[in-house]
Design a protein around this ligand. Sequence first.
Ligand code: BES
Ligand code: MN
Ligand code: ZN
Length: 497
Amino acid sequence: MSVPKLALSENTEAVLGKTRAEAVVVGTVQGANGLELAPGAEAVDAALGGTLADVLRTLGATGKAEEVVKVPTLGKLPAGVVLAVGLGKPEPTREQVRRAAGASGRALTGTARALTTLSAVDLQAAVEGTVLGAYSFTAYKSEPGDAPVSTVDVVSPAEGSAREHRATLKAATAIAESVLAARDLVNTPPNDLFPGSFADRARKLAEGAGLDIEVLDEKQLKRKGYGGILGVGGGSSRQPRLVRLSYRGPKAKKKVALVGKGITFDTGGISLKPAANMDHMTSDMSGAAAVLASIVLAAKLKYPLEITAYLPLAENMPSGTSYRPGDVLTMYGGKTVEVLNTDAEGRLVLADAIVRAAEDDPDYLIETSTLTGAQMVALGNRTPGVMGSDEFRDRVATIAQATGENGWAMPLPEELRGELDSKLADLANVTGSRWGGMLAAGIFLREFVAEDLPWAHIDIAGPAYNSGSPWGYTGKGGTGVPVRTIAAVLADIADNG
Ligand code: BES
Ligand code: MN
Ligand code: ZN
C-alpha cells in the first residue's frame, strides 16, 4: 500500500510562488451561468492573470462532478499544470469534495508531487479523497506502470487554527490509511489470503497497533464447539480460524463488539455457485477486513472506548470433507441449524462469532459482511443495507449517510421468521423463497444476538467490491467499505455514549 506524503501549508500565495509541485489542483463548480472556480483557487487564478475560469470554459469545461481538465501554466507558476476538477453543484457537500479529490488523486498518477487547494473547501474530505483516489494495488504486476502521486501539499482552510488543521490532517490520513489496509486485504487473491494467512496478517497489524490478539485454530474451535465456523470451513484443506482482537482505550466508558465475515473464498460449497464471476468471491472476507482495519484505526486514534473485534475466517469449498445440504450443525452456544444451502455460509460463521462476542458483555454490537446477493437486488452496488435493532440501526444508517458510504436502513419483517423454521433443528439457514433474501439473513442473525443488545448489521455484498470502472475515490476491486462508517459510529459512541 502506498500512501502519498501529505504536508500542510498555511499560506497559499507563499507556497504557490516557490512550490516544487508539478501540478496544482483547483476545484470548479457548475454555477448558474456555467463553470465557476471553487474557493481556494483565488491565488492560482491571480497568478494566471484572472483568466482561469474563462480558459476552462473555452475548453468546454462545466464544473460537473469529477470532470478533470488540465491547463498548462505557461511559465506563470512554478507548477507546469493546473488540474481543474469538478465538484458539481455549488455549495458542495463533504462527499462532493471527497469524490472530486478522489478523481484528482486518480488523475495525478504519474505526477510525483502536487499541491491541492480542494482542502480550502474541506480539509478532511480533500485529504481522504486524495489518498483514497491515489490508491492502486500492483503487488502482483511484473510492470507496475505509472506510480501514484507520492507527495501532496495541502493548502489550509481559512477558518481554524494551524493546530486544528494538523489534527484534522492526522485523523483524515489515519482514516484513509485504514480504508487502504482493508482494500489491500480484499485485493489479495484467495490463493495467498486464506484463514491461516489472514490470521497472520491480523497478528502483524495488531502487534503494530498495540492490540491484544488471540487466534483459535481448528482444534480449539472444535474443543469449544464452534459448529458454524467448522461446518463452513471443513471442506477446505486450509482450516478455519477465529481471530479475537481487543483494544482498551483511555477513560473508556462504553464497550463495543465488532464482527466481520471472513470467507476467504466462497465457491458456495456443495451448493456450488455458477462459474460466471465467481472470482468476485475473493471479496467475501471484506467484512473481516473492515473490522480489522477499524479496530487498528481506533487504537491509532486512541478512541476512549473498549473494543473487541471478531473475525470468523473460513474458506467455503466443495470436497469430501465439506458440510452438506441436510446437515445439522450445533452452533457455538448450543442452537442447532439445519443447513439447506451451503452457499448461505456467511450467517453460519457470523452466528458463532456473534454469540462469542456477547460473552464480553458489550454495550453495542456492529457487524458487517458480504451477506447476500439480495442486498444488490434491493439497493444496488453502492448502497449497503443496514439491519438490526431499530434505534441503533437508524443511528448507524444516519452516520453512514454522513460518511458518504451511504448505508440505508432496512426492516426485519416479522412474517419472515416462520420461513426459517426447520423440520428437525431449531432453525434452517435459508427460507424456501427468494423474496427478501437480505432481510431473511438478517432475521437469521437476530436469533443469535443477545436480547436487548443494540445491534446493527451492515450488508456490503455489492459496495465492498467495485467490479466496474473507477469513480470518485473508488478504484477497481476492494473499496474498503464500511471502514469509514464503523470509524464514525465508534467516534459517535465515544462522544455521545
Ligand atoms: N457471499 C455471498 C453473497 C454475495 C453475493 C456477496 C454476490 C457478493 C456478491 C453469500 O455467501 C451467498 O452466497 N449468499 C446467497 C444466499 C442464498 C443461498 C440464500 C445468495 O445471496 O445467493
Ligand atoms: Mn455463499
Ligand atoms: Zn459468502
